[in-house]
Design a protein around this ligand. Structure first.
Ligand SMILES: CC(C)(COP(=O)(O)OP(=O)(O)OC[C@H]1O[C@@H](n2cnc3c(N)ncnc32)[C@H](O)[C@@H]1OP(=O)(O)O)[C@@H](O)C(=O)NCCC(=O)NCCS
Length: 174
């Protein structure tokens, strides 16, 4: 279990008491538009947290999720996903979400910098991806500012409520 301290915020292991803020972080219009699915109850978030916490003890976890703690308060999360996939052990995917009260302060830009550096080193990665909706300009800017490059657009890659959605694939390689 890792904690990363910076002068602006702390990235620490997630815990059950983060559930309310994690839930609220994904209830606004922007989050609902940007994620394929969002939790419907706090209970559901608690179950996800338990699954994520169980990963901390594993030798080869499939994910590592951090709480972003700003001003001593849980502000959201950032996660390294798709770790240790057979034949794709050299790569992972980053996801993040901030509670609306904390957005637009440069927090995720800085958190992504820390987590990208950490993930390359800890998991000996060669490639980290960030997948976004093409209309999610804030996420794409955060990735761009951290050296991720837009590699392409997967057209009509997802289908949500009968609408086909394009995915923008960003990645950084080492
Ligand atoms: C995306 C998200 C994580 C960004 O976190 P944040 O801490 O608010 O982001 P930052 O403040 O570090 O940076 C946002 C950048 O995007 C820019 N931006 C924000 N909205 C924008 C828009 N509509 N068009 C263009 N740029 C935009 C900001 O100006 C800033 O860039 P700058 O530093 O060059 O000015 C946050 O908005 C969020 O949680 N959104 C909902 C969930 C979500 O979309 N998660 C990601 C799914 S892939």
């Amino acid at each position: 279990m890792t904690t990363i301290k910076t002068k602006d915020f702390i990235l620490r292991p997630i815990k059950l008491s983060d559930a309310k803020i994690f839930f609220e972080a994904e209830q606004d219009k922007e989050a609902k538009r940007n994620f394929m699915t969002t939790p419907e109850t706090i209970k559901q978030v608690e179950e996800d947290i338990k699954d994520e916490v169980s990963q901390y003890k594993k030798n080869k976890p499939t994910s590592e999720k951090f709480t972003i703690e700003f001003d001593k308060r849980c502000a959201g999360w950032i996660a390294i996903n798709q770790l240790n996939t057979p034949f794709l052990e050299h790569k992972a995917k980053i996801d993040f979400c901030l509670h609306p009260n904390f957005r637009g302060k440069g927090i995720v830009s800085k958190a992504l910098k820390e987590v990208t550096k950490y993930a390359f080193k800890k998991y000996k990665l060669k490639r980290i991806e960030g997948w976004c909706r093409t209309y999610n300009k804030a996420s794409q800017r955060v990735l761009e500012k951290n050296g991720y490059k837009l590699e392409g657009i997967l057209r009509k890659n997802k289908c949500k409520n009968g609408k086909y959605l394009d995915d923008a694939i960003w990645a950084i390689v080492k």
